[in-house]
Design a protein around this ligand. Sequence first.
Ligand code: AMP
Length: 376
Amino acid sequence: MTQQILPGATLGVLGSGQLGRMFAIAARRLGYRVHVYSPDTDTPTGQVADREFAAEYDDLDSLAEFSRSVDVVTFEFENVPSSVTDCIEQYAPVRPSGAVLGVAQHRLTEKSTLRNASLPVPEFRAVSTLDELNAAVAELGTPSVLKTSSSGYDGKGQRLLRSPDETADAWAELNTDDAILEAFVDFDCEVSVVAARNESGEFAAYSPFLNTHSNHILDVTLCPSGLGSEIESAAVGIARTVFETLDVLGVLCVEMFVTKAGGILINELAPRPHNSGHLTIDAHVTCQFEQQVRAICNLPLGSTTQHGPAAMANLLGDLWSNGEPDWLSLLSLPDVKLHLYGKNEARPGRKMGHLSAVAADLHAAEQLVRNARNRL
Ligand code: AMP
């Protein structure tokens, strides 16, 4: 029997960064209460939540208290051990489930699961010793990409191998016994599909986002992607198969490479809303965070129709290097939307906020956010 969790109920979120903040804002707009759990206080999510639980992720008593106080739990920070989701699942449903989390937080499990489901992934080999790395490089060649299986994000925990001589150095640098070597993908571009699925089996996807990175961190997202309907529907079809294979309830993002030959390979899964989906707040009928609320509460999913061509540019902590950015100058641009995450400390590479704009065409939207960011 599927059950709906209606407005007035309390939603729990594990992790307290910007994704939780935007989820909490969407949830409160719909009349839900929000409780957040993380080791910190005065967090981006805690600032807008009804209640902030500050305790370590392995503090099972505090986790139990948090879980008893909510009707369902979702997360915005997925690098938690399975003991955490096992504990929560005793008191409240966790969406997506701990099993989905377990797949998405371990690159080798993720790639193997996807490949076993006949989903397209780059060629890869499991690597646990330097000898295995050398053997894998002999098979896959160079360039290739060595990645730790766990805890990598935004290019951390990975190394590009340009030639077989670099293996010893790279292995020492990664300092792990659980890694994968991936064939280098000579991609034309990177896209992501953010989608949602509820317990009734309803599925809804946004049309693919086109992403450009700088220093391995997402920099600018554009939608529509301009890739044409054939590649776009193939990308959405792949996302749908991922949701059905893993039985995902909630929101998940599939990051993909589009190869020069027009093929698609999955790079990774993020079992939550994604940075590339932030433009849905201003550009789509239902934003990814409201969709997360709807999906985890088993409500009907909202429309993913887009109001117009849109662009998003991230604001990283580097912009604070000469003090507080010139917000007044930015806010004098009437067509650009500013989102700041309430983080107290700006560090280089730290995601502090983003800008988005909807315009008559994609180029105009991109120019709006790029020019606006240049003012800071
Ligand atoms: P990841 O942390 O796996 O998302 O990787 C971060 C970025 O590194 C990706 O967005 C790509 O730009 C690049 N990258 C990762 N894996 C590969 C690969 N196998 N081939 C080429 N580029 C890659």
